[in-house]
Design a protein around this ligand. Structure first.
Ligand code: ATP
Length: 269
């Protein structure tokens, strides 16, 4: 069976405006991917090459994947999602083939964007003394990035929680040459995420639900946890009664009490 069944080409439908806050990282990604497509002459004039690969790193649930998708949607690119583990086939040769196939698809679908998730491979880390599957996948990835066939209009976006265990060879200029930290949402970003959930999605809320207050009380949460909190509060309200008119502060209080923050200090930059 081929590992390639897991590689999907899709045109995502995530807009920049679907992502609450995180303005700085949004701007940097636009510069990296939209500018070269829209203003190639400016790059030629400056004598610089657009980045081939971008690494997004940071704690889980803080919008790395959303960013990659919005980038593809808004620049009109194809998006090829590749999850790290799917590139690891136990069959010899199969994994390198899988990597080649991803890049073949990316070239065919160009302009496109690849998201290679959880790319935490480092050479020589295998049990079998240096030629582990991870090593071979990495070598093939480097071959593709260095390109006998040039990567025209293909941008690789890799996402990881652990940049420290990424192979340094991948991060050389001309390969993954832009490294961006995606932080947990700050107060302003949490406010925007809550607004998206409550106001834009029209969650019926009582007048005692105050976004600014919830933003303060979700300090240390990931974006995913803020979204989950809203869903949990709505479920608490519905548990009270399916005929309930709206979600009240007490439901958010209950949901907050049950919330575990999974981001630990070691995950932060
Ligand atoms: P991981 O490292 O675990 O793969 P990630 O950083 O790639 O996480 P995403 O998959 O982008 O995180 O986010 C997970 C979910 O959290 C999203 O589908 C979305 O519902 C929510 N989310 C996170 N950040 C935001 C945000 N800034 N605005 C809106 N929703 C967000």
């Amino acid at each position: 069976p081929s590992a390639m069944r897991e590689v999907m080409i899709e045109v995502p439908k995530v807009l920049w405006s679907d992502i609450g806050g995180q303005a700085e990282i949004k701007q940097k990604l636009k510069e990296s991917v939209e500018w070269p497509l829209q203003h190639p002459e400016a790059f030629i004039r400056m004598g610089i090459r657009p980045p081939k690969g971008i690494l997004l790193y940071g704690p889980p649930g803080c919008s790395k994947t959303l960013m990659a998708k919005a980038l593809a949607t808004q620049a009109g690119l194809n998006f090829i999602a590749v999850k790290g583990p799917e590139l690891f086939s136990k069959w010899v040769g199969e994994s390198e083939k899988a990597v080649r196939e991803v890049f073949r698809k990316a070239r065919a679908a160009s302009p496109s964007i690849d998201e290679i998730d959880a790319l935490t491979v480092k050479r020589g880390g295998g049990d079998d003394g240096g030629s582990s599957v991870a090593d071979r996948v990495l070598s093939q990835l480097l071959n593709e990035l260095d390109g006998i066939e040039p990567l025209v209009n293909v941008t690789v976006v890799a996402a990881t929680n652990r940049p420290d265990i990424m192979d340094p060879a991948l991060m050389r200029p001309g390969r993954i040459d832009r490294i961006l930290y995606v932080s947990p949402p700050d107060l302003a970003s949490r406010t925007e995420i809550l607004r998206l959930q409550i106001e834009t999605k029209k969650m019926a809320c009582g007048s005692d639900v105050v976004v600014a207050d919830l933003a303060l009380r979700t300090e240390g949460c990931s974006g995913a946890e803020v979204v989950a909190l809203c869903q949990e509060a709505a479920m608490k309200a519905m548990e009270e009664s399916l005929e309930i008119e709206c979600v009240s502060k007490r439901h958010f209080d209950q949901a907050l009490a049950a919330l575990t923050r999974r981001i630990t200090p070691e995950m932060l930059q």
